[in-house]
Ligand binder design. Structure first.
Ligand code: PLP
Length: 372
């Protein structure tokens, strides 16, 4: 199989798996118990926390572990609304955000929050003048992602954060697809990240919180994570997350250069007739979302079963609905349905990307002839 679905998840790095091993069987103590073994597990978790915080790289805050980035985002949004000062109940977000943000915001709107979902330009970038117009003294929280999971387009997080702070609001950044790949841009008060997008294990994420801006707890119980997020932490998952974060930081430039070469090779191998969805300059190059007139993307994926690639967001595929992100760029139903997402990264080889892209292109041409 050629794996080209790196935005959905990434393979666990061998060094990450090795670091986790002792904490799965041998060192099984509860990290919150007072025994010597408990202390040892707690120390491993604190070391992992420092590793994740170092890779996030922002000053003036700390990380609490969660079960996923989806949980971190739910917590950030719902917990901030719970602590909102009187008169601030506006939430602003963007049409191309992940469902973890959009669905939670919709839920909060159902509970009485005043929600604005801003459109994007045809290249997937937010028009900052639209945001400027919306920012007033009633704004509580603005949620904007750093790198889009479907089209790889980046947003100017520092600039947006500055605008939001001027209006007295808080800034939440979903940095799931940026973490470990980009130096995170300074400014946000809350940042959500996930281990499984950076060659770490599934089932663990984190919320970075600026000191004094911590949301109210979402999960109550034993008071772990400074009383902010109850539940026994998994030393194995935390250690794996920490190891993956350190590895990503160490390899950041090398991984970047690698995906840029793969991006160029992919475009070359696909040949003419393909259109790139989203901005080509402001982007992460490990994501290539493309469309071709007349292609039935679902059929292409079904035909090429030994290449793992995607229709759009992994969360949305299978729903039968065309991607909300592609629709937000202004693509019509047919254009969205003829779009595929190729996601590649650290372990993808030049040979794999060339082979996969040539076969995808050949199949697309064959489909066109068959349908003509
Ligand atoms: N945000 C973005 C941009 C994502 O790509 C994903 C995963 O697909 C999530 C949030 C949710 O992350 P998790 O799988 O850790 O819940």
């Amino acid at each position: 199989m050629i794996y080209l679905d790196y935005q959905a998840t990434t393979p666990v790095a061998p060094d990450v798996s090795k670091a986790m091993q002792p904490w799965i069987e041998e060192k099984f103590a509860n990290p919150h118990s007072p025994s010597r073994w408990g202390h040892e597990a707690a120390a491993a978790i604190e070391n992992a926390r420092k590793q994740v915080e170092k890779t996030i790289g922002l000053k003036g805050g700390s990380v609490a572990f969660t079960g996923s980035a989806t949980e971190a985002i739910n917590w950030a949004l719902k917990g901030t609304v719970e602590k909102a000062p009187k008169g601030r109940n506006r939430i602003i977000t963007v049409a191309t955000e992940h469902a973890a943000v959009l669905d939670t915001c919709e839920w909060l709107a159902g509970q009485g929050a005043d929600l604005t979902v801003l459109p994007v330009k045809a290249n997937g970038r937010l028009d900052l003048s639209l945001l400027e117009r919306e920012l007033d003294e009633r704004v509580l929280l603005v949620a904007v992602m750093m790198v889009n999971n479907e089209i790889g387009v980046t947003q100017p997080i520092s600039e947006i954060s500055e605008m939001v702070h001027k209006a007295g609001g808080l800034m939440l950044c979903d940095a799931v697809q940026a973490f470990g790949r980009f130096e995170l841009w300074d400014g946000p008060d809350l940042v959500a990240v996930s281990a499984h997008k950076i060659h770490g294990p599934k089932g663990i994420g984190a919320l970075w919180m600026r000191k004094g801006k911590e949301p109210a707890p979402l999960i109550h119980g034993g008071g772990q994570e400074q009383g902010l997020r109850s539940g026994t932490l998994s030393p194995a998952l935390c250690v794996g997350f920490g190891a993956a974060a350190t590895l990503a930081e160490e390899r950041c430039t090398r991984d970047h250069d690698h995906v840029e070469k793969l991006w160029k090779a992919a475009i070359h191998a696909l040949g003419p007739g393909w259109i790139i969805n989203g901005c080509t300059d402001c982007r992460y190059h490990g994501n290539l979302n493309i469309r071709r007139e007349g292609v039935d993307a679902a059929r292409l994926i079904a035909d090429l079963r030994d290449i793992a690639f995607s229709l759009g967001s992994a969360c949305a595929s299978g729903s039968g609905r065309p991607s909300h992100v592609l629709r937000a760029l202004g693509l019509d139903y047919r254009e969205a349905r003829s779009s595929i997402r190729l996601g590649f990264g650290r372990y993808t080889t030049q040979h794999e990307i060339m082979d996969a892209c040539k076969r995808i292109a050949a199949h697309a041409v064959a489909q066109e002839k068959l349908d003509a």
